[in-house]
Design a protein around this ligand. Structure first.
Ligand code: ADP
Length: 226
């Protein structure tokens, strides 16, 4: 699905230069579930943002599904991102003025999907993550675990090739965290490709591969025995 070679990301201010990514080589195949771990400041979020095309590398090559995206202009990159990537964030990022159903359907408004088809797909994805019985609720009326289910449904509804999750369990208690991890594992078993940043070794164990980072580099990779 994607291949990075020698990817760098420098941040420059007037006086300091920070090397957030320092020559990343990373291949991710269709159907993988990859966890990215490492100490605070090692570049995990920067890597996820570059993978998700929210940010561009300052050097190196990033090929996504056969297309070199490293040098793409912002508008092109945004189109590519919209067509291919679904995001899940630590803080859910739901709109509290909208119902669960409308939060999910909103993700399709940018995709030129006809209304009847939007409804069908929203219903299907709510069933899939087990939130259909709360379709008319507002996000604030749900538990954290349920809110993250809605966010997962919103990420899934446009049928992205790749799902990116930035500490998806960071705001959840142990039980809800594990519930969300089991759901991600289930989606992966059904074919979704997932890349997740996590601080939790227990949650990284749900992934098929763990990538450990330090100082902007990949230190070590570990595949779980099938
Ligand atoms: P992590 O997600 O592993 O905590 P980050 O990817 O957020 O790490 O950050 C990697 C490094 O890049 C850190 O040293 C951080 O201070 C720096 N950094 C991140 N974003 C910016 C930015 N917008 N401007 C300058 N430096 C940044």
């Amino acid at each position: 699905m994607l291949r990075m070679q020698g990817v760098t990301r420098l941040y420059r201010t007037d006086s300091v230069e920070t090397v957030a990514l320092d020559g990343i080589d990373l291949d991710i195949a269709d159907g993988e579930f990859v966890a990215i771990m490492g100490p605070s400041g090692c570049g995990k979020s920067t890597l996820l943002n570059v993978v998700g095309m929210l940010d561009s590398p300052t050097g190196g090559s990033y090929v996504f599904n056969g297309t070199e995206v490293a040098g793409l202009a912002e508008a092109k990159l945004a189109d590519f991102r919209k067509a291919n990537i679904g995001f899940i964030f630590q803080s859910f990022n739901l709109v509290d003025e909208l119902s669960v159903r409308d939060n999910i359907e909103l993700a399709l408004l940018y995709h030129d999907v006809p209304a009847a088809e939007r409804r069908r797909r929203t219903d299907a994805v709510m069933d899939r993550v087990g939130i259909a019985h709360r379709a008319k609720h507002r996000p604030s009326q749900l538990s954290g675990g349920q809110q993250q289910r809605v966010a997962v449904a919103r990420a899934l509804v446009a049928e992205p090739k790749l799902i990116l999750a930035d500490e998806p369990t960071g705001n959840l208690d142990t039980n809800h965290g594990e519930e969300v991890m089991r759901m991600l594992q289930g989606l992966n078993a059904e074919g979704s490709t997932i890349v997740m940043v996590t601080h939790s070794p227990a949650h990284a164990d749900y992934a098929s591969r763990v990538v450990n980072m330090l100082d902007g580099r990949i230190l070590q990779e570990r595949r779980r025995a099938a």
